[in-house]
Design a protein around this ligand. Sequence first.
Ligand SMILES: *Cc1c(COP(=O)(O)O)cnc(C)c1O
Length: 395
Amino acid sequence: MQETTAFIHSIPVDPLTGAISVPIYQTSTFVQEAPGVNKGYDYARTNNPTRATLENLIAQLEEGTTGIAFGSGLAAIDSILKLLNAGDHIVAVDDIYGGAYRLFEQVYKKFDIHVTYVDTSIPGNIFNAITPKTKLIWIETPTNPTLKISDIEAIAKIAKASRCLLCVDNTFASPALQKPLSLGADIVVHSATKYLGGHSDLIAGLVVTKEKELGEKIKFLQNAGGAILAPFDSWLVIRGLETLHLRIKQHCAGAAAVATFLEQHPAVEKVYYPGLLSHPNHEVAARQSTGFGGIVSFKLKDDTEEAAIKIVTSTRLFKLAESLGGIKSLLSHPATMTHKTIPFGKRRAAGVADSLIRLSIGLEDPTDLVKDLKQALTSVTEPTKTKATNGVHSY
Ligand SMILES: *Cc1c(COP(=O)(O)O)cnc(C)c1O
């Protein structure tokens, strides 16, 4: 049986009523027959049947043993970091998600947990950064916003040899395209806010572990800290997962069409998309995933903030917003939005050019998305009236 079919039919039918949709158990506590004698649930911070269904489904999709659902992607990341002790060291991808960077640098640093950031698309960089104190390797692949690809299998080997845990933030690919645990990673983390929820209507995080024992440790930390996902939001993520494979197919098709169009556009300097043959790690992406995802970035020949802002304010279908993975196409300008707080030099080093624009391809017809970008790009290719009449250089 194909994965999609198996997955859809593993979403349980309610044994009590036959309801085909997973019931939302909106309850805080569960009645016990005698102290400690219950039906598997006692208090809803510790466990809730709707959340448990979601946790089983994501564990299945990621080919792990234990799924854990959190109130946000960052809450999920936070609980993984709590596995560490003061003095421990992390090696992380250099263009890490900004919120994870903030958590590492402004919260966990205080507790004497330190991070070295390297370009993980070259696995040797990780090997060189590992010290006797290193306990965790943290990667995202593809990364945001320059879509760098890291070789999960090669990095998992380095992690094993150095007795470090490997955690992969799989938000950008989703398990419909890439299964890090099957490539040797120990933990997968998701912002389910993005593709898994899929409709831009919730904030949620998920963790899946390969080993049960590690999963139990994170479950313990979740219960101790309390950053759980509510029953209704758990249900929304389940509802998102029901169409995940179908949506991802369309996101990929749209992204491929847009990337191909942009790559031959005269105003575009460079397109970042792992599906393009010109992508430096295209072969790794093709080997470890079954598709290239719905995010495309590009920078302009006129590499200025002004030019990028003209474009992001000229599109009609693409809406200007942070976040990604929903049904409507979004675009953002990292230099003035998501990456504004990263110091200029660091931002440049991470490849975030002044004119870099990130697209989250939605579920619209790809031909309409290409048309929209085509008309928006005329704002930088056709001289404006003022420029034409001035006719002088303005330094
Ligand atoms: C959005 C995002 C997060 C954080 O998730 P929230 O649900 O916003 O807390 C983490 N990692 C990546 C790659 C993301 O895109």
